[in-house]
Design a protein around this ligand. Structure first.
Ligand SMILES: [Zn+2]
Length: 195
């Protein structure tokens, strides 16, 4: 009879939004060291990466620990799910490693304390920082590199790790085939690879 009523129970709850069990919630929090898997802030809630309304599982893999502000910023955005999952995977492993270091540490001073990392939030932001530089006709490679490098440094200081877009307006600097001359070819190659 018990099995039968259990079956009925399942039929009734099908299609209804199911929360995580307390056990899964606690497990997720413990695995995260009770920190948000994006910014590493303490005090977290457990968030469905794939929402329950889209048949997201109530399992630990789908249970990302997020602080209130990261939850507000990214929780509802389907395009961020993959990144949140990757960050959760990374953080899970990090804490695991950190714990085993703790177990094996001869002295506590050798342990690096875990720090909040609000810069990680910028990584998930949609908006990119636009860096613009106008290269003058007589500007050489070295001068251009220095200027763009300073702009990138400034942007990194103001908004660490946020997406960046670089626009270059290049005056002159053409070769005989109307393409870019060597300096400007190098400049673009230099910064396209990552800035
Ligand atoms: Zn957070």
């Amino acid at each position: 009879m018990v099995g039968f009523s259990g079956y009925l129970e399942n039929e009734k709850t099908r299609g209804i939004v199911m929360p995580f069990s307390e056990r899964v919630k606690l497990e997720a929090k413990q695995k995260a060291g009770f920190r948000c898997c994006i910014c590493y802030k303490l005090f977290v809630e457990v968030h469905h990466i794939t929402p329950e309304s889209e048949d997201g599982a109530n399992t630990i893999e789908n249970a990302a620990p997020l602080c209130a502000s990261c939850h507000d910023l990214f929780g509802g955005n389907p395009e961020k799910r993959k990144q949140i999952r990757q960050m959760w995977d990374y953080w899970w492993e990090f804490i695991d490693q950190w714990r085993s270091n703790l177990m094996n540490a001869g002295d506590l001073d050798s342990l690096t304390p875990i720090q909040e990392n609000p810069d990680n939030i910028n990584q998930l932001k949609e908006k990119a920082i636009v860096i613009y530089h106008n290269v003058f006709k007589n500007e050489g490679f070295e001068a251009s590199v220095q200027i763009v490098f300073d702009l990138v440094k400034e942007a990194q200081k103001k908004s660490p790790n946020q997406k960046r877009v670089l626009y270059l307006d290049i005056e002159g600097h053409r070769n005989s085939k109307r393409g870019f001359d060597h300096d400007m070819f190098e400049l673009q190659r230099h910064f396209i690879l990552g800035f």
